[in-house]
Design a protein around this ligand. Structure first.
Ligand code: DQQ
Length: 468
C-alpha cells in the first residue's frame, strides 16, 4: 500500500469519531477528519474554486504535514479530493509546509516549502515545485527540486524561511517568502523573480519588521502581497495575531502604512487569498484551538476584502453564504434597557447567522448572549463597550480603531457549533471559539449594561450544513 492510501484510510477511520463531536462546525470548511491548519494555494481553475490546506491525516495534532485538497463551484459546498501532496520520505522530506498554487499557461503548479528531518525549518528549508497534468487530481514533484535554496541570499542569514506566495507581473513571476534575519531578529518578507518558475533570482527585502510597530512580531509567516485599487497590501502572520498594511510598492519595495490586525482573534491565523473570476479578493484563514477528538482546526468562511475610502481594509462574507439560510426571525425598532429580558425567547440554535443594527446615543456595553442554558444561568457573550471601544466574543477581544459612526453599530455574526465569526461594521473582524456547556444550551438573548440603545433591525437565520 502506498503512502497516499495509508493516509486516506487513516482519515476514514477518524471520520467516525470526528462526526460525533458536538463542537464540530457544520458550515465552516474543514478536513474530513484529523488535523488541519493553514489554507494553501486557493485558486479558481476551470470554473471551480480549489482550496488546499496543511493536513495531518494521521492524527488530531500537528505532524506529518501533507496538503489536503477540496473544490467548490460556489464557495459554500465543498467536495473533498485526494490528498495533493504527500511528503516524499525517500527524498528526505518530512513535511510539505505552506505555499501557493498558480496557473502556469494551463499547467497547475504548486510551490511550497519542503522540510525534512535533516532539513530543519529554522535553518535549512527549501522551496519545491509540483505540477499536475490531470486537472489537479495527482501531483508530480519536479526533478529540479529544490527550486530555491537559502544560498540565494549570499551573506544574509535568513531563518525560518518559508511560505511562498507567487504572482505574475509582465514577463516575470514574482515570489515573496517570509522568515526573519538572524542577527537583528527582524521579521522579513523577501522578494524573488523568475521567468520560468524554475530559475529564481533574489531581488531584495520586500519589507522588514518595523521595530517601532508593536504588532509586527519577530518572525513573518505566510506573507500575502497583492494590489488592491491603487494601493498594495501586505498581510503577515507573525506568530501572534495576523496583521496587514496598506501601502505603496515601487522599485520592488513595499512601503507600509500603519499596521493593523486583520482579525482580533488569537484563534485566527495564516490567512491566504485569491482573486476570483469576478475580480473579488477572497480570504480564508485557519481557526484553531486545542485538540477535540478525531478532528482539529477549520477555516474561516470566505471573506471579501476591499478598501474603504480611508484606504483601510473592509471585510464582507461572500454573499453566496446566503444560500444556507433556513428559518428566519425578524425584529425592528425596539428600545433596549437593562430591564429588557428574554426578547429573543423564541429563537434558539447553534448554527446561526445574525445581522443587527443598533442606534446608540449613550455610553454603554451591549450585545448578544449565546449558548444560553435552559435555566438562563449559563451563557457566553458577544458585545461592544462604547467607552472602551472594545469588541469581544467569549475570551477573544480587540480594541476598535477604525473610524465609524458610533451612533450606528452593525454586527454580523456567524455561530457554528463552537466557531464564532464577528464582522463589526464590516471594518473589523473577530474570530473566536466557544464551547456550550451542554447540548441544549442553544438560547439567544440581547443584553445591555446601562442606559438604552435602539435595536433598529435584527435578522436571525438558522443555517444548514454545507455537507448535506
Ligand atoms: N504553518 C506551516 C508553515 C507556516 C505555518 C506549517 C503557519 O509553513 O509558516 O504547518 O501556521
Amino acid at each position: 500500500m502506498n503512502n497516499l492510501q495509508t493516509a486516506m484510510e487513516s482519515i476514514e477511520k477518524a471520520r467516525i469519531i470526528a462526526e460525533k463531536c458536538p463542537y464540530r462546525p457544520k458550515y465552516h470548511f474543514l478536513s474530513p477528519s484529523n488535523w488541519m491548519n493553514d489554507p494553501n494555494g486557493p485558486i479558481f481553475y476551470k470554473g471551480e474554486y480549489h482550496l488546499f490546506y496543511q493536513h495531518n491525516p494521521y492524527g488530531d495534532n500537528w505532524g506529518h504535514i501533507h496538503w489536503g485538497h477540496a473544490k467548490s463551484k460556489n464557495l459554500v459546498h465543498w467536495e473533498h479530493l485526494p490528498i495533493a501532496l504527500v511528503p516524499s520520505n525517500e527524498l528526505g522530506e518530512e513535511h510539505c509546509f505552506s505555499g501557493c498554487c498558480i496557473n502556469n499557461n494551463g499547467v497547475p503548479t504548486i510551490i511550497y516549502t519542503s522540510i525534512g528531518p535533516k532539513r530543519l525549518s529554522s535553518t535549512c528549508a527549501e522551496q519545491w515545485l509540483a505540477t499536475s497534468l490531470d486537472d489537479m487530481i495527482t501531483w508530480q514533484k519536479s526533478p529540479h527540486n529544490p527550486i530555491l535554496t537559502l544560498d540565494l541570499h549570499g551573506e544574509l542569514d535568513v531563518r525560518e524561511w518559508r511560505d511562498p506566495y507567487v504572482w505574475k507581473e509582465g514577463d516575470y513571476w514574482y515570489m515573496t517568502l517570509g522568515g526573519h534575519i538572524h542577527n537583528t531578529r527582524a521579521g522579513i518578507a523577501l522578494l524573488y523573480r523568475s521567468r520560468d518558475l524554475m530559475q529564481w533570482e533574489y531581488l531584495n527585502p520586500l519589507c522588514k519588521e518595523d521595530k517601532k510597530s508593536k504588532i509586527t512580531g519577530l518572525n513573518w509567516e505566510c506573507p500575502n502581497f497583492f494590489s488592491l485599487g491603487d494601493k498594495h497590501v501586505l498581510i503577515i502572520s507573525p506568530y501572534k495575531r495576523v496583521v496587514y498594511s496598506v501601502g505603496s510598492y515601487m522599485n520592488h519595495k513595499f512601503t507600509p502604512g500603519n499596521w493593523r490586525y486583520i482579525d482580533h482573534g488569537r484563534v485566527f491565523y495564516a490567512p491566504n487569498t485569491m482573486f476570483d473570476k469576478q475580480g473579488r479578493l477572497i480570504m480564508w484563514a485557519w481557526i484553531h484551538d486545542g485538540g477535540i477528538g478525531g478532528w482539529n482546526g477549520c477555516l474561516t468562511l470566505p471573506r471579501i476584502l476591499s478598501l474603504d475610502h480611508e484606504k483601510r481594509l473592509k471585510f464582507n462574507p461572500v454573499p453566496e453564504l446566503q444560500t444556507l439560510r433556513e428559518s428566519h426571525f425578524h425584529l425592528d425598532n425596539i428600545i433596549l434597557s437593562p430591564q429588557s429580558s428574554q426578547i429573543l425567547e423564541i429563537v434558539e440554535g447553534n448554527c446561526l447567522e445574525i445581522i443587527a443594527e443598533f442606534e446608540v446615543n449613550n455610553p454603554t456595553s451591549f450585545g448578544f448572549k449565546i449558548f444560553q442554558s435552559k435555566d438562563h444561568g449559563e451563557f457566553e457573550t458577544i458585545g461592544y463597550d462604547i467607552e472602551k471601544k472594545l469588541l469581544w466574543a467569549g475570551k477573544e477581544k480587540g480594541k476598535i480603531e477604525s473610524p465609524f459612526s458610533e451612533q450606528h453599530i452593525r454586527f454580523h455574526i456567524f455561530i457554528d457549533k463552537s466557531v464564532i465569526e464577528v464582522y463589526f461594521n464590516y471594518c473589523e473582524c473577530l474570530t473566536s471559539r466557544m464551547y456550550p456547556k451542554s447540548d441544549d444550551s442553544e438560547g439567544i438573548d440581547l443584553f445591555i449594561t446601562n442606559n438604552t440603545v435602539k435595536l433598529k433591525t435584527l435578522d436571525i437565520w438558522k443555517l444548514k450544513s454545507i455537507w448535506e
